[in-house]
Design a binder for this molecule. Structure first.
Ligand code: CUA
Length: 344
């Protein structure tokens, strides 16, 4: 009975992992499968080595233990050339095997497929504490949810806008650093089936590092094309002219929606159909499950009312304290953004 709360807690934790996949042990594409292969190979080698070493040690402990009445010094051995060669050669061989396959895969998964006609090119830029995804062949930029078609190579070009971060989608591929020296890292991934795959920043980067999540949403090619079209469709403006003016002067100086606004903050086009607001406030409408977070408008109100409470250290000015927005204005802007939905 005392274990009941523990089990309940575990069940709760596990249920939270329901919708998105976050496990390198459940690969959902060729890159993650290859990486799991490496994990399996190295663990197998480790287990075999461990069994042999423990086996020999156990045998020696039993066989050469001190028996009753045995009081003289055992035979003193200074070294054994043959044995030493053997136990140097075997680990060396194992390390070479591991190194060869690992280096092979490291280069294979960092291959630049951006010129591949069949690949979809995505430029990934990490920011404190959010992710930007640009599709140069489509003229689209989005944030937080990377939409990809299934069964296609996604050619990634990764860089950072500020500090060192690392791009990691455990069930698809990982990890690739986004470097601060201006170098662009290449990587690729592919999702075998449709689904929402959870991505994480895998490099300690600041107070909200743990909240620097993103999603990879794999959809059919048809849906992907629809999404790309919808991203470029003209967006509605806010009806109330006063709120529209505040939105334009305060929000659009950093954020973009449709073809208006700036590139400093996350692009807001279609934010109403994203999986989350601010990467951690789950959108119950996107998942279709009321238990999975809150309606996107409530999340937006929460975020806009106190962004530092949600994601400490983020760079957005506080709409109330810094920009002087009223609750009613926040409500109206949240309502407008929540209705910026894309069907695909
Ligand atoms: Cu970005 Cu940790």
């Amino acid at each position: 009975k005392r274990l009941l709360p523990l089990f309940a807690g575990m069940a709760l934790l596990l249920s939270a992992c329901g919708r998105e996949d976050l496990s390198a042990l459940r690969p959902q594409g060729p890159v993650a499968e290859g990486q799991l292969g490496l994990i399996k190979l190295s663990i197998s080698i480790m287990v075999v080595v461990m069994l042999i070493v423990f086996g020999i040690a156990g045998y020696v402990w039993v066989k050469f233990r001190r028996k009753p009445g045995q009081n003289e010094m055992p035979k003193q051995v200074e070294g054994n050339f043959k044995l030493e060669v053997i136990w140097t050669a075997i680990p060396l061989l194992l390390v070479i095997v591991l190194a060869v396959v690992t280096v092979q895969k490291v280069f294979a998964y960092a291959e630049d497929y951006s010129n591949d006609k069949n690949a979809v090119k995505v430029k990934v830029t990490s920011h404190l504490f959010w992710w930007e995804f640009s599709y140069p062949d489509y003229g689209i930029t989005t944030a937080q949810d990377m939409i990809i078609p299934t069964g296609k190579k996604i050619a990634l070009e990764l860089k950072t806008a500020d500090v060192l971060h690392s791009f990691w989608v455990p069930s698809l591929a990982g990890k690739t650093d986004t470097n601060t020296d201006g170098t662009v890292n290449n990587a690729w991934l592919e999702a075998s089936k449709e689904g929402v795959y959870l991505g994480k920043c895998a490099e300690l980067c600041g107070p909200s590092h743990a909240y620097m999540e993103f999603k990879v949403k794999a959809v059919s090619q048809e849906s992907f094309d629809k999404w790309a079209q919808a991203m470029k469709a003209p967006v509605q403006t806010i009806e109330d002219p006063a709120v529209a003016e505040v939105f334009k002067s305060q929000c659009l100086s950093c954020h973009a929606i449709g073809d208006q606004g700036g590139p400093l903050g996350p692009n807001l086009t279609g934010i109403g159909s994203r999986e989350t607001v601010a990467s951690i406030l789950h959108n119950s409408e996107a998942s279709g499950k009321p238990s999975d977070g809150k309606p996107v408008k409530d999340n937006l109100v929460q975020w806009l009312s106190d962004p530092q409470a949600v994601k400490p250290g983020n760079k957005m000015p506080d709409p109330k304290k810094d920009l002087g927005l009223s609750d009613a204005q926040i409500e109206a802007i949240a309502d407008y953004l929540a209705n910026s939905k894309l069907s695909y």
